[in-house]
Design a protein around this ligand. Structure first.
Ligand SMILES: [Ca+2]
Length: 157
């Protein structure tokens, strides 16, 4: 009897932690460009990424180097995208409907695992060296509470 009560409490604690984490992740919705990055945290800019991506991520994937985003991105349900420390995910400025606002969006319907370190942060940023706050749309978190939790730490958006 005591065992099952302890198990029940442990399960409840897990759900409470999950709920808190999910709410925290909702906070990254509609994040803007790197204009909000404090100067001390700004990356050096550097050259454009060698690799580019757009579309659906349909199998578990690891990004180990900088990535240029050239269209909407979806992490599909049940799929994990892992981003290594120090990787810069740069969004191209694409304004197909010519309204002055970049169109690209990053949809998380599965799991984003982006764990930078204080020395090697993960960046979600505009590609242009002098971006506006409207260069890309942001990150949209659509994973249901029953889905996998995303983890973002030492990530600059
Ligand atoms: Ca637009």
């Amino acid at each position: 009897m005591m065992m099952s009560k302890n198990l029940f409490l442990a399960v409840m604690a897990f759900f409470l932690i999950s709920f808190a984490t999910a709410n925290m992740n909702n906070g990254v919705q509609n994040a803007k460009t790197d204009l909000q990055i404090p100067d001390a945290d700004k990356p050096d800019g550097g050259t454009d990424p060698k690799s580019d991506f757009a579309g659906h991520i349909t199998q578990n994937t690891v990004w180990t180097e900088d990535m240029l985003i050239t269209g909407d991105v979806w992490i599909d349900a049940g799929i994990t995208l892992t981003i290594f420390p120090g990787v810069k995910v740069k969004f191209a400025y694409i304004d197909a409907n010519a309204n002055g606002i970049g169109d690209l969006n990053f949809y998380i319907n599965g799991q984003l695992f982006a764990q930078g370190t204080p020395e090697n942060k993960v960046y979600f940023m505009a590609q242009r060296t002098t971006p506006t706050t409207k260069d890309w749309v942001g990150i949209t978190y659509g994973t249901p509470e029953s889905g996998q939790l995303s983890t973002l730490s030492n990530v600059v958006i």
